[in-house]
Write a protein that binds this ligand. Structure first.
Ligand code: HEM
Length: 381
């Protein structure tokens, strides 16, 4: 889809594609790609024409594909209502203090050293610890999550490891859910067990699929949001200076990172009914890729799109999706990113200096999630 060599900078290719047409079909695979802002927005939100997942909800095959993100109306509405009861913005706001404590702990050694591997020391552990704590998962099992969620994300390139990762996670969560049914606690899994809308509750497979999704959809993405922010500020020291001078601008800077280096570059849909669009014929069952990373660089929507400008008002990026599937974790991701960047400002970190030459930067696995595997940096403070 995107050649390996271009994965850290797919933007010139997107621009070329947008110039050709808002909607293109790969002659070999038959897969459609939407590149313009308007087309991507429509593919993401027009569920009359585009299905999420394979268009059917199979509660018995667990995994992120079968969970809320792969569901369609009317099932999606019920599921969204149910999980929203447990995963509320208020529940997230209450996590602030705990998130700050995790960040303080992660930064302790790097600050003493004057350098850090941003991914391994801060941006990977942070969201995993936060979500694992929300789910009530013991600390001892957390390393295992990295292995599983990496396998699932890499599954976009290699279906075998993706499937194994999902299976291993499901088995683990099945055990935890069974335990919680016996002893309800204060954690998110217990809230999911208790959630009820119109007399309906979530089944075990539905809860398990949702937990899988939180780990996969919530971790890699948030990791890359914060890593991509540090990466961007290492290239634009004047932006970091401005944030140090005025930390109240951090939320706006995060929105611009979401647009400029969107952690999720693409989402899939399948065509639901025969349709004609942009003079092309789409047939039921055909796959459509909504290139969010391209939409967020569309010059028709964002003037001077390849320039990082945190003063864009409005900044209507669609990094968290658009429509009924709009990211449920957006408040959590924004909170973690803000607290992490505030912590670096508070510690007087000046000017990030990458310790690896650009040629050695490695993109994360798959073409959906966008970021680097490792980002070793030093700073003056
Ligand atoms: C910067 C971080 C994140 C980004 C860029 C991101 C991006 C997205 C996108 C693009 C979608 C829409 C998918 C679609 O339309 O098919 C989505 C949905 C979702 N996200 Fe996130 N996400 C992030 C963090 C999180 C976190 C932290 C969580 C939870 C802990 C989370 C949970 C979800 C869930 C449950 C959905 C499905 C909602 C539904 O189908 O109704 N995400 N996310």
């Amino acid at each position: 889809m995107i050649p390996m060599a271009e994965r850290l900078n797919p933007f010139p290719r997107y621009r070329q594609m947008r110039r050709m047409a808002p909607l293109l079909q790969d002659p070999q695979s038959g897969v459609w790609s939407a590149f313009s802002y308007d087309a991507v927005q429509r593919v993401l939100s027009d569920y009359e024409h585009f299905f999420s997942g394979d268009g059917e909800h199979h509660p018995e095959d667990m995994g992120p594909g079968a969970s809320i993100i792969g569901m369609n109306p009317p099932d999606h509405r019920k599921m969204r209502d149910l999980v929203s009861r447990a995963f509320t913005p208020k529940a997230v706001q209450n996590l602030g203090e705990r998130i700050r404590a995790i960040i303080d702990h992660q930064l302790e050694e790097p600050m003493a050293r004057g350098s850090m591997e941003v991914v391994g020391e801060l941006t990977y552990p942070l969201p995993v610890i936060v979500i694992a704590e929300m789910l009530g998962i013991p600390a001892a099992d957390r390393d295992q999550f990295k292995v599983w969620s990496d396998m699932v994300v890499a599954g976009t390139d290699n279906h075998v490891s993706g499937y194994e990762g999902t299976r291993a996670m499901n088995a683990y969560f099945a055990k935890v859910v069974a335990e919680r049914r016996q002893h309800l606690g204060e954690d998110l899994i217990s809230s999911l067990i208790e959630a009820e809308v119109d007399g309906e509750k979530l089944t075990d497979p539905e809860i398990i699929s949702f937990c899988d999704l939180l780990l996969v959809a919530g971790n890699e993405t948030t990791t890359n949001l914060i890593t991509n922010a540090v990466w961007t500020f290492s290239e634009l020291p004047e932006v970091w200076e401005a944030l140090r001078a005025e930390p109240a601008r951090i939320p706006a800077a995060i929105e611009e990172v979401l647009r400029f280096r969107s952690p999720v570059q693409a989402m899939f849909r399948s065509v639901r009914v025969p349709m004609e669009w942009e003079g092309k014929h789409l047939r039921p069952g055909e796959t459509v890729i909504a290139w969010i990373g391209s939409a967020n660089r569309d010059e028709k929507k964002f003037p001077d799109p390849d320039t990082f400008n945190m003063d864009r008002r409005p900044n209507q990026h669609i990094a968290f999706g658009y429509g009924i599937h709009y990211c449920l974790g957006a408040p959590l991701a924004r909170l973690e990113a803000r607290l992490a960047l505030e912590a670096l400002v508070e510690r007087g970190v000046q000017r990030f200096r990458p310790l690896l030459p650009k040629e050695q930067w490695e993109p994360v696995g798959g073409f959906i999630v966008y970021g680097v595997k490792r980002l070793p940096i030093a700073w003056e403070s």
